[in-house]
Design a protein around this ligand. Structure first.
Ligand code: GLN
Length: 278
């Protein structure tokens, strides 16, 4: 039996009752399978859905209701209004990380030519958002996963930003020698090994999420290494867990950084800490 586009959306929506926004997700899956955007669907509800599209959408809906993130099924996620390619080799960019971008921008003039380092860039989300907003900034991004760097570089090409960012393969500061920057940003792994919340994140790369018994192993390395990689007056900004604000501020202070402060995310939980090398 053939289905119209509208009927396929309704069927998909009924199969997605376990997700937060079933109708929206059903529309996104159908639009993606048709190679259209969501707006197109409204004018074409009565069009017949091709058989291969129906099969594709049914298969995605099953995987989605079994817990696979929509961003991986669609192969993309929007961050800072940029359409980013994502896959299981990278963490899915979160809206909370836009706070990190916003805070970084508040310390950079519009025509800033600052040198900026993004540690553990993953999909490239933070580096790409900063590159779009600060056209003269010089941006370097590292990741120890070559697969992640491949995704990030693809995103840069797709957004026309490939000449703006230098991608370096290696863990934290390893590939940098003694280069210093005006700003260092990072959204490192910060979830504790035994955090029950990890159960829901099983499709994302564990190495992008988990960082030792208290979730702070990587943040310790990043903060301790910052003074040797920041120019005088340079800023370090990191994302961290909601219950880690105090511990991260203590790490910043132990590293001799000043003007240390923590900012809250969209749900009013501690999320970003920053400090300056005096
Ligand atoms: N904010 C993510 C989560 O808990 C974790 C991201 C990270 O470890 N950098 O869902």
């Amino acid at each position: 039996m053939t289905l119209t586009v509208a009927q396929l959306i309704t069927e998909t929506c009924q199969g997605l009752q376990t997700v937060d926004a079933p109708r929206l997700e059903a529309q996104l899956l159908v639009a993606q399978a048709l190679g259209r955007d969501r707006a197109w669907l409204y004018a074409h509800g009565e069009d017949p859905a091709p058989e291969d599209v129906i099969q594709q959408v049914r298969q995605w809906a099953l995987r989605r209701s079994a817990g696979e993130p929509a961003a991986y099924l669609l192969g993309r996620r929007e961050f800072w209004s940029l359409d980013l390619k994502v896959g299981p080799e990278v963490l899915i960019p979160r809206p909370d990380t836009e706070i990190l971008v916003e805070t970084a921008l508040s310390h950079l003039d519009e025509d800033s030519n600052a040198s900026i380092l993004d540690l553990g860039t993953g999909s490239g989300a933070i580096a790409l958002a900063l590159a779009t907003e600060r056209p003269k900034a010089r941006i370097t991004a590292t990741d120890r996963s070559p697969l992640a760097l491949g995704v990030a570089a693809d995103n840069a090409r797709h957004l026309g930003l490939d000449t703006r960012i230098q991608w370096l393969d290696g863990s934290w500061y390893d590939p940098l020698g003694d280069t210093r920057f005006d700003m260092i940003v990072s959204n490192p792994p910060y979830v504790a090994e035994a955090d029950p919340h990890l159960g829901q994140l099983g499709h994302e790369p564990r190495e992008a999420l988990v960082s030792g018994a208290d979730g702070l192993d990587d943040l310790r390395q990043i903060v301790a290494g910052a003074p040797d990689h920041l120019l005088a007056g340079g800023w370090l900004l990191v994302e961290h867990g909601a219950d880690q604000g105090g511990a991260v501020r203590a790490l910043f202070q132990a590293a001799g950084l000043s003007q240390v402060a923590t900012l809250k995310d969209l749900a009013a939980r501690d999320r970003v800490t920053l400090g300056c090398r005096g």
